[in-house]
Write a new protein. Structure first.
Length: 513
């Protein structure tokens, strides 16, 4: 369809928005000059119409409250393309920020309510080709901008350990569905801790792969340099099985090196852990809000690894305490540019875009920006101010500091095979009330990120594994490795799982969760 042509008044309005002072004669000349660009828009629209994907016909249902007691399902499906392959018969939930063609994707937000993607994300295509069953879409937090489980517009997701408490976010539904046995595993996303926090708070394995190892194509971005997809599972073995399938370049995601070596993560689990060197990061403990019981359970887990023959030593990385500030600037100004102004995808990168999603979301949020969650409004206001003040200076500084932050972890990882710290400094918190203040709503979505967010900035692989249940609530230990050495991270996680004989299950476990 030809693009609608502007009139002189529209050009004058746009000029005023840029504070350009144009005479009527100048407006008329620019109006004429824009025609060449608009003609080009018509050409690309015509070309795209010949190749645009067509959504497959797939059946899906929205569960009622009785079938969704913890609020973890968005829609249910039963999609299987083959009964053969390394994941044959494995039932998975897909976080609702990741496209399944022909199935609604809300991303927890009114801004995408009613949107149906035309094609599968790369990870979904790979899972289906490997014999997995896509059992449905898991509820996630509103635009994935909270590490609590209270912001999703379908409603809060409740912990299966205590329904009054948070399940963690933003991959809230993914973790609850795995924890309760509704599915065997899930695909989750992580920009600040959103795979690992829900895993820690639900007694699960949550692996954030090295940045760029798993293609992000087909998932809704927040900030390209922070975007990760990875598995949430009951066991380390299942995490390795899924990573075997979803890892590797797809040629459409510029986050990915094109020369990635193929690794059999399952086979690597069988390698002996004898002689592995574990560095316990001092700055990962004793945060201002740390619960002593969390630090104690992680230290107890480290002692078990030491008793089993691992070499364990304390290591100080002072940069770790500054990392949340670096993350905050990058995530805020970056999300303002990409998620808000750039309508999720932004520009200036080579890869696969989703034109339909961009237009749908861009139109929807401009109709009623007040539908944005508190976290996005804070981003718009806070990052809007810092950018007005410095015109991107603080983002640029943070990106430069990222080099020093990364180097600090890399230096420690020349001495140790992995680094260890608590995943979250606190256990699951009580869900805020519906009429909670803005301050409380925001705090419940960020108070647990001090240890996880740094590794979204640097891109190191990090896996959370359960370590204990303290007063009925699970705690998690995070294992961090060298970039693209996810195999060693999983090997240490697997060794710990073998030591403890498996991980706990929640008290509230219904297959319909």
């Amino acid at each position: 369809m030809p693009i609608k042509r502007p009139d002189a008044a529209t050009i004058a309005e746009i000029a005023a928005g840029w504070h350009l002072e144009l005479s009527e004669a100048s407006v008329e000349q620019y109006l004429e000059a824009t025609q060449a660009l608009l003609d080009s828009c018509d050409v690309v629209e015509s070309l795209y119409a010949e190749m645009a994907p067509v959504a497959p016909e797939r059946r899906w249902t929205r569960p009622d409250e009785a079938d969704n007691p913890l609020g973890a399902w968005y829609v249910k499906t039963e999609i299987q393309e083959t009964t053969e392959g390394p994941l044959a018969g494995m039932r998975l939930a897909i976080k609702d920020n990741t496209s399944v063609g022909g199935v609604p994707m809300m991303n927890g937000s009114r801004m995408l309510e009613g949107f149906i993607p035309s094609e599968d994300a790369t990870v979904v295509s790979r899972l289906l080709a490997a014999g997995a069953i896509v059992a449905g879409k898991a509820v996630c937090e509103d635009l994935c901008m909270s590490a609590g489980s209270h912001t999703s517009k379908p409603g809060p997701v409740h912990s299966p350990w205590d329904p009054d408490r948070s399940a963690g976010g933003s991959s809230s539904g993914s973790s609850v569905l795995v924890a309760t046995g509704a599915v065997d595993a899930a695909i989750s996303g992580d920009q600040g801790g959103s795979i690992r926090i829900p895993a820690a708070w639900n007694g699960l394995v949550g692996h954030k792969p090295t940045w760029g190892l798993v293609p992000y194509t087909g998932a809704v971005p927040i900030e390209q340099s922070l975007d990760h997809l990875g598995p949430t599972t009951r066991t380390v073995m299942d995490a390795a099985r899924i990573l075997n399938v979803i890892a590797g370049p797809d040629g459409m995601d510029p986050r990915q090196p094109l020369d990635l070596d193929s690794v059999d993560y399952v086979a690597q689990l069988d390698r002996s852990s004898d002689g592995l060197r574990l560095g316990v990061v001092s700055e990962g403990f004793g945060h201002d809000n740390s619960e002593a019981v969390v630090d104690e359970t992680v230290w107890a887990a480290v002692d078990r690894l030491r008793s089993a023959g691992a070499f364990v030593e304390n290591v100080s990385i002072p940069w770790h305490r500054y990392a949340p500030a670096v993350f905050s600037v990058i995530a805020s100004e970056g999300a303002l540019r990409q998620l808000v102004e750039g309508n999720t995808h932004g520009s200036s990168w080579k890869g696969r875009y989703d034109p339909e999603l961009i237009e749908f979301y861009g139109s929807k949020w401009r109709e009623d920006p007040d539908q944005f969650p508190e976290s996005v409004k804070l981003t718009m206001l806070g990052a809007g101010y810092t950018r007005r003040l410095g015109h991107g200076r603080h983002y640029a500084i943070a990106r430069n500091l990222e080099l020093s932050l990364t180097a600090a972890y890399d230096a420690a990882l020349t001495e140790y095979d992995v680094l260890i710290m608590p995943t979250s400094p606190i256990r699951p918190t009580v869900l805020p009330e519906k009429d909670a203040s803005i301050a409380d709503t925001l705090a419940r979505g960020t108070e647990m990120l001090a240890n996880t967010a740094p590794f979204d900035v640097t891109g190191h692989p990090a896996c959370s594994v359960p370590v204990d249940v303290a007063d009925g609530l699970p705690t998690g230990m995070m294992i961090i490795g060298r970039k693209f050495d996810d195999a060693t991270v999983l090997r240490v996680a697997h060794a710990y799982e073998a030591l403890v004989g498996g991980f706990p299950t929640p008290t509230f476990a219904r297959s319909s969760a």
